[in-house]
Design a protein around this ligand. Structure first.
Ligand SMILES: COc1ccc(-c2cccc3nc(Nc4ccc(N5CCN(C)CC5)cc4)nn23)cc1
Length: 296
């Protein structure tokens, strides 16, 4: 019989999505592993499906923007958009992405003894994805090892764009109102003080992500050193205490046997003056040079 003409490959039908397991939760969304199996013979491909945790009107607009942003990004270090799945009757779409089998850097790092060349290669790849994102005038606002995914032992991709915002031409900052679960240890000083996000505040977050890579994320959660530096008394660590620390030039300590030039680069990412921080373009050049020395 006449087979149906090839339908749009970016349309995924709910009935063929077979849930396998939960992968993780972000701010307003959760990501689940499905097998998309239209032949219903178990040979379908695995896909990562992101859905809103609870559908309410104000997050809906942001959700559609997040889907449109990922749809517009094409880079080897950014997770690939595959399509959407509309709930029958529901108005909320689910985002279908390629599935990266090795999970986030946060989980991968403590398990694998990353050699230094591999660690520096991962760091450079994150910079390449971020340089591309900034070239489209997007700021990520949530760059951390938990949001970097591992394809294989020589390829990582930025995997979540839940807080990504567009910065209009001519603007420098994006201001947001404080939201509850802010990842304060990854926030630049100006974000903590004035909620001002910029390309330069992404570079600060990259510095913390680089720290996570070099310390192999051995700490349970956010960089443990800050908590210790604050003589973590009983009182709940406030943003104010972190701001005071940072204003007194306290920074995360150089990881053990961290190459000197990498330590310098990390500290430049954490410059109090955002204008002093390198661009991702510059960081890529620096990692190229450093990796050459390690390979020779
Ligand atoms: C913030 O949480 C997430 C979770 C998943 C994703 C995401 C988006 C787009 C593609 C994609 N591929 C994978 N892969 C993956 C593989 C294994 C795990 N596991 C998490 C639980 N662990 C106990 C086992 C590994 C997580 C994610 N995750 N993932 C993004 C953010």
């Amino acid at each position: 019989s006449e087979t149906l003409p090839d339908s749009d490959p970016s349309v995924f039908h709910k009935r063929y999505l077979k849930k396998m397991r939960d992968l993780g939760e972000g701010h307003f969304g959760k990501v689940t592993l499905y097998q998309y199996d239209p032949a219903n013979d178990g040979t379908g491909e695995r896909v990562a499906v992101k859905a809103l945790k609870q559908e309410n009107s104000q997050v809906l607009e942001g959700w559609m923007k997040e889907i449109d942003i990922l749809k517009s990004l094409y880079h080897s270090n950014i997770v690939k958009y595959k399509g959407c799945c509309t709930e029958l009757g529901g108005q909320v779409v689910q985002l279908i992405m390629e599935y990266l089998p090795l999970g986030s850097l946060k989980e991968y790092l403590p398990k694998r003894k990353l050699g230094r060349p591999q660690a520096l290669m991962f760091a450079q790849q994150i910079c390449q994805g971020m340089e591309y994102l900034h070239s489209k005038r997007y700021i990520h606002r949530d760059l951390a090892a938990r949001n970097v995914l591992v394809e294989n032992e020589s390829l990582v991709k930025i995997g979540d764009f839940g807080l990504t915002k567009y910065i209009p031409e001519g603007d420098i900052y994006y201001r947001v109102r404080e939201d509850g679960d802010s990842p304060v240890f990854w926030y630049a000083l100006e974000c903590l003080k004035e909620n001002k996000f910029s390309f330069a505040s992404d570079v600060w977050s990259f510095g913390v992500t680089l720290y996570e890579i070099l310390t192999r994320c051995v700490h349970r959660q956010s960089p443990q050193e800050f908590r210790e530096m604050m003589q973590d008394t009983q009182e709940q660590m406030t943003v104010m205490v972190l701001i005071k620390l940072l204003e007194k030039q306290h920074r995360l300590p150089g990881p053990e046997n961290c190459p000197h030039e990498v330590k310098i680069l990390m500290e430049q990412c954490w410059a109090a003056d955002s204008a002093q921080r390198p661009s991702f373009e510059t960081l890529i050049e620096k990692f190229e040079a450093i990796r050459q020395t390690y390979w020779l």
